[in-house]
Design a protein around this ligand. Structure first.
Ligand code: SF4
Length: 238
């Protein structure tokens, strides 16, 4: 068993029941299932972050999908958003394979960790502000544990951006006032009084709404991943 601080945190997150609405929803979805996944035993619990404990680049999404992470137990695994994200990570040399189907499929991330500000699947992919705030301490703890190595963060979408900025501040980086606005291609450097800064990047979320309409293309995603990975000091493939 992995006994690193991050692995211990992940196990504690997976046992969290702090949000009654989300606990009910994630467990109901796990009981009723989607017909296409009728033979699956759904995870039905909070989905911890995924990736090595010494990651230099952190990718921050929104929340697990009901039939994706909530089914497979791994971030962005088993849904269309994850198909797009992991294909791009593989294309730029940051993942061992282009697909992410189930938690035992052998996927490894190279210097990258994927997490979200809300760890339980919400109805209609919309956590409430109270649920977002209830989950923030988990992200703050994850950031504290990653601080020795993490040098860049790529935030997918405006919700993640708004949820993550206070967590970055609580974890010790200085967030400018007024808070920087989310945009695809936004780039901000967060300084820290007692250590290295963090290069923060914004990217449209890899949701089907964005990828099916061409608002976010695979080329755009690869480009921002390469830029963020470069800022983090990770080698990438062109
Ligand atoms: S969303 Fe976060 S705080 Fe709420 S139950 Fe899930 S893990 Fe716990």
């Amino acid at each position: 068993m992995d006994t690193s601080g991050l692995a211990r945190l992940d196990r504690r997150i997976a046992d969290c029941r702090a949000c009654p609405r989300l606990v009910d929803w994630r467990e109901e979805v796990a009981r009723t299932r989607r017909a296409a996944f009728a033979d699956w035993t759904y995870w039905g619990r909070p989905v911890p972050g995924f990736g090595p404990p010494d990651a230099r680049l952190l990718i921050v999404g929104l929340a697990p999908a009901a039939h994706g992470g909530n089914r497979t137990g791994r971030m962005f695994t088993g849904d269309r958003s994850g198909d797009v994200l992991y294909q791009a990570l593989y294309d730029v040399g940051l993942a061992s394979q282009p697909t992410s189907v189930h938690a035992g499929d052998g996927l490894e991330l190279y210097g990258v960790r994927v997490t979200s500000p809300v760890h339980c699947a919400p109805p209609a992919n919309k956590p409430t502000p109270a649920e977002r705030d209830a989950c923030r301490p988990w992200l703050v703890q994850e950031l504290h544990l990653l601080r020795p190595t993490v040098r860049a963060a790529l935030v997918l979408g405006a919700f993640g951006w708004q949820a993550a900025l206070p967590a970055f501040a609580e974890a010790g980086w200085t967030v400018p006032r007024p808070r920087p606005a989310f945009a695809h291609g936004a780039r901000v450097t967060l300084d820290a009084a007692d250590g290295p800064g963090l290069h923060l990047f914004g990217c449209f979320h890899v949701s089907q709404r964005n990828t099916f309409t061409g608002r976010l293309t695979p080329g755009m995603l690869r480009e921002v991943l390469r830029t963020a990975a470069g800022a983090a000091g990770l080698p990438v493939r062109n």
